[in-house]
Design a protein around this ligand. Structure first.
Ligand code: F6P
Length: 547
């Protein structure tokens, strides 16, 4: 058994859970009229209500013991101090430097990296303003109208998610498009509607070797050259964001149009850098800087606030409570904000690529869960698809609700209805509907006894389904920065308790390796026997059937 599972803090939580699971949230709220006041915390226009969780103050004390035993403070100091805590890749994880204000100092190998960060941000400002003002134009002299970002995973999801989230701040003269999938449908359907003369491509790839990104980038380059009739168009229409300046240059992108990234930034933590160029082009550098300021405020909160009032620590501990002590395997993120529709998709990578590990930092197999499968959908849409299982299904699915006080679109009753649904869902999950309540409802509907007894079990909702609610004053760029940094640090807190490295992703590599091996077999079209019978069968069937 692992040290973690044998630790007194873990054992105390396991024993405590046996008592808590017999309690109901209804009871806990009845017992303490101040539960909301005690179990909620605020920061800069963000209220985190975690009172609708199956926990007491004693639970939180025990969880805090677990966090303290993991030496979170030391790990946080190491991370902010630029130590190479991404041990399997021998790298620091200093995405916080990307949002550190000018004049701050953060060191990697004794070198202050904040000035470099601001040098690149200054270049991003200069470049983005020139594009937005029509000073930088395409090969034929037309101003840019469409920006196509080509990248995948951490080099795409953050920009896609934020560009959508900050649409109310978007530039109406520039359209943002994102291409990730190597399926040609993605590129073809996008390019169909675009004018090559006014289209700018951003190739976002830290390594500049990712197969999908380079395949899409080459096809986009072919399309541009074919339409504009000259290779000379490439350096006017292609921008690179990469740590691999050599490959970016080989592709044909000029140094002036290349923005660098550093090895101490992980892909899924990178959109705060030039990786967010498409965001900047769309919402402008001032808004981007407001977002960086919001993230920096969350960094400071995480570093300086006592653990018991620390938002990322609270969210992290609650996730651990359900994953490790209630056996929850799935977790829902439910933004009641249509602009946040890609937030669950973004978080899937952040949480699942970071902590989806089965060995600990020492290479030992773990004997505890290291995360939950995350999914989600903007409210109220999700209510009409998967919420049923969360309300009455057989498993616990803890949820995070996200909503704002103000709407960007003051239109009739829309926002009041949206917010009412959000709060009502959290309440319904918590309270459920008792047998007595269900019976009273059916009696009021005038059902006869036989029908009532038949209907009754279907109308009962067990309740006791936990959730957090994040209530923002408004989803502006500053809030956006806080929101993402909150989850980044939450994931870090959990990784420390679980003793896993949240900054590598070796599991993704195997798929890449095998695809590279399989590709020539598919392309050559010869009968194969080297794989297992299923893979052989699929390849051979594909070859036989393809024309
Ligand atoms: O999904 C795996 C991954 O390695 C991510 O971590 C990374 O963000 C993405 O692929 C893209 O990598 P790159 O930016 O090098 O093209």
């Amino acid at each position: 058994m692992s040290d973690l599972v044998q630790s007194p803090a873990w054992k105390a939580l396991a024993a405590h859970q046996a008592g808590i699971k017999k309690r109901s949230l209804r009871e806990l709220f009845c017992e303490d009229s101040k539960r909301f006041d005690k179990l909620s915390v605020q920061l800069d226009g963000l209220l985190l209500d975690y009172s609708k969780n199956l926990l007491t103050e004693e639970t939180l004390e025990l969880l805090l013991k677990l966090v303290r035993q993991s030496k979170l403070d030391d790990w946080t100091a190491k991370m902010f101090g630029g130590e190479k805590i991404n041990s399997s890749e021998h790298r620091a994880a200093l995405h916080m430097a990307l949002r550190a204000p000018r004049g701050a100092s953060m060191l990697v190998d004794g070198v202050d990296i904040v000035p470099e960060v601001h040098q690149v941000l200054d270049r991003v400002r200069h470049f983005s303003e020139a594009v937005r003002n029509g000073v930088l134009r395409g090969y034929t002299g037309k101003p840019f109208k469409d920006v196509v970002s080509i990248g995948i995973g951490g080099s795409a999801l953050g920009s896609l998610m934020v560009t959508e989230a900050l649409k109310p701040y978007g530039n109406l003269k520039l359209n943002a498009h994102f291409i990730s999938n190597v399926d040609a449908a993605n590129l073809t359907e996008t390019l169909k509607r675009l004018d090559p003369e006014s289209t700018l491509f951003i190739i976002s790839s830290k390594t500049f070797t990712t197969l999908e990104t380079l395949t899409n980038a080459r096809s986009a380059r072919d399309w541009l050259v074919a339409n504009l009739g000259s290779d000379g168009a490439i350096e006017k229409h292609f921008v690179a964001v990469s740590a691999n300046l050599v490959e970016a240059k080989k592709f044909g992108i000029s140094r002036e149009y290349t923005f660098e990234l550093w090895d101490w930034v992980g892909g899924r933590y990178s959109f705060w850098s030039a990786m967010g160029l498409s965001i900047v082009l769309y919402v402008g550098m001032d808004n981007f800087e407001r977002m960086l300021a919001g993230a920096h405020a969350m960094d400071n909160h995480f570093r300086e606030t006592p653990l018991e009032r620390n938002m990322p620590v609270i969210l992290g501990m609650i996730g651990i409570w359900y994953a490790n002590f209630f056996g929850a395997t799935t977790y829902a993120v439910l933004p009641y904000d249509d602009y946040l529709k890609y937030f669950p998709t973004y978080l899937q990578q952040l949480e699942m690529e970071s902590n989806g590990k089965c060995v600990d930092r020492n290479g030992q197999l773990v004997d505890y869960a290291t995360g939950m499968v995350l999914f989600g959908e903007a409210g109220t849409n999700g209510q009409h698809s998967f919420y049923q299982l969360i309300h009455q299904g057989t498993q616990m699915v803890p949820a995070d609700f996200i909503v704002s006080v103000d709407s960007h679109n003051a239109m009739g009753e829309h926002h009041a209805i949206l917010v009412a649904n959000c709060f009502a869902q959290a309440e319904a999950l918590m309270l459920g509907k008792t047998m007595e309540e269900a019976r009273a409802e059916l009696v009021a509907q005038g059902l006869d006894d036989g029908e009532l007894e038949l209907m009754l079990p279907h109308k009962v909702l067990p309740g006791n389904r936990p959730s957090n609610t994040l209530l923002f004053d408004q989803m502006d760029p500053y809030s956006m920065g806080m929101l993402v940094a909150l989850y980044e640090h939450k994931v870090f807190v959990q990784s420390v308790v679980w003793n896993v490295n949240p900054f590598d992703q070796w599991g993704v590599e195997l798929g890449k390796q095998l695809a590279n091996k399989l590709l020539p077999e598919i392309q050559e079209g010869r009968h194969v026997v080297v794989h297992d019978s299923s893979t052989n069968g699929l390849i051979n069937h594909f070859i036989e059937r393809s024309v």
